[in-house]
Structure formats: C-alpha cells, structure tokens
Design a protein around this ligand. Sequence first.
Ligand code: ADP
Ligand code: MG
Length: 264
Amino acid sequence: MLKTMDLNYNYEDGKVALKNINIDLNNGDKIGIVGSNGAGKTTLFLNLIGYLKPRKGQVLFNDQKIKYNKKFLRSLRKEVGIVFQEADKQIFYSNTYDDIAFALRNLKYDEDIIKRKVDDVIKLLNIEEFKDKPVHFLSHGEKKRVAIAGVLALDCKMIFFDEPLAGLDPKMSENMLNTMNDIVEKGKKTVVSSHDMDFIYEYCDYVYVLNKGEIIDEGIPSEIFLNDDTLKRANLKEPWLVKIYKNLETPLFKNEKEFYEFKK
Ligand SMILES: Nc1ncnc2c1ncn2[C@@H]1O[C@H](COP(=O)(O)OP(=O)(O)O)[C@@H](O)[C@H]1O
Ligand SMILES: [Mg+2]
C-alpha cells in the first residue's frame, strides 16, 4: 500500500533527516521502524502520510506517486491514519465525542453516520466513561485512547503509531499492545516506531532499522535482533528474550508467555 523510492528529506535549516530510504510497508502487518532518538522515525512517518514532502525521491501509495493536492491527500487520509506521540497534537476539540468525530466531519460524512461510527469506537476502546468529559481533564493514557478512537473511527486500512508506549505506565502499555493486536486481527496493518526493543521484538513481524536518517538493516525480528553489529551501530539494546536465548541456551522465545510455558 505504501512504499518509498530513494526518499530524501531535509529540514528548512538544512538538517538532513532522511537519506535514500527504500521501504515497503507491504512486508508485514506489524512493521517496526526502530532507531534511537533523532534517527528520523517521526520525519519518516510524516513523509509517509503526506504531511511532509520529500526533497528527493517519492512515496508511492497503491503504486501511485503521492500528489500533494487536497483531493489526493484526502483519499490517502481515508486509508492511512496516524496516532502521534504526543496525544495533545491530535486533540482538536474540548470533549471526547467531538474530538473523535473531528476527522469524520472533515471528510464530510453525514452526522448520523458519524454518530454510529463514533459510538462504535467508543465501545470498542472501552472509553464510555469519558465520552462527555473535556479532553484536557484526561490523563496522557486516556488522551491516547481518544486519539486512537479518532483514527479507528475513520476505518483506515493502515495505522501509524509513533512511539505508542512513550509515557505510559506498564498496565497502560499492556492495554496499548492489546489494542494494537486487536486492530491487526480486524485485518488492518500497523506501523510502529519505537526505541523500546522488548516491545518491538515481541510485537513486530518485520523491522526496519533507522540510524542517522539511513536504513541500515531490515528483516524479521529474530534476524535483526540476533545481529549484534546492527544493534551496536544503531545504538539499540538487545531484547531480554534474546539475552536469555544467548546466555541460557534455551530456544528463542517470541514472548514472555512462551518462555514461562517452556519453564513448566
Ligand atoms: N522541524 C525541524 N527542524 C529541523 N530539524 C528537525 C526538525 N524536526 C526534527 N529535526 C531533526 O531531524 C532529525 C530526525 O528527527 P526525528 O524524525 O524527530 O527523529 P526521531 O523521531 O527518530 O527521534 C533529528 O536530528 C532532529 O533534530
Ligand atoms: Mg520521534
């Protein structure tokens, strides 16, 4: 659905943020873009969803070069959504209901269809309790759920999550992981950025490693995370399950559950 061809991006001040990026988001349903702070993850996401325009190279949407006009971008927005790292960037309205409805209203859906879609996602994400609450009274984790609801209401085929676990406590992180898994089970694709290697290792089915604006490696998590050289170059930590595999000579487990089942 989304691909890039030799994508390059530099900011106004001349900072080169992305260099010759070639990625194909058809490579999985749970794609991870990993890299340390400043590697270019957010910049890449913004290019992929058409918010930023590459200086060189392109983004292809369904094999067509993205055109940066209203009509094309509207068709892209209907299929591709993003949950920003800072929920505040995504909050437009004072109460939860109107906030979730915002993008649907922008896309000029009828108000009765909007109501049905908004009520559906409110139920799905279990946020009935703050439906009529002012968004600015909600906690960071709650705001994040409202932001996700707004994106899910659009029924996008692909959703980007920029650092989805940042600022969440362990319980909320687990909820977020479950929500993302549910989204994929419903047949949607997710693309996540993170520097949390435990999370990426467990969640993703395909990973791109970004370092200083360049993709230095790509592949399935077990390949990427067993490659010390890649982790070192990108300044990333080994996932705990990989550490156990290397130090205890056990099989390579995909998640905590598999590990405990093996121990029994
Ligand atoms: N608006 C901007 N103007 C200039 N440089 C920027 C801007 N936004 C980000 N950068 C720089 O671009 C690089 C990539 O940033 P970013 O995409 O935010 O990385 P990440 O999301 O991986 O932390 C960093 O060096 C950052 O300082
Ligand atoms: Mg970022």
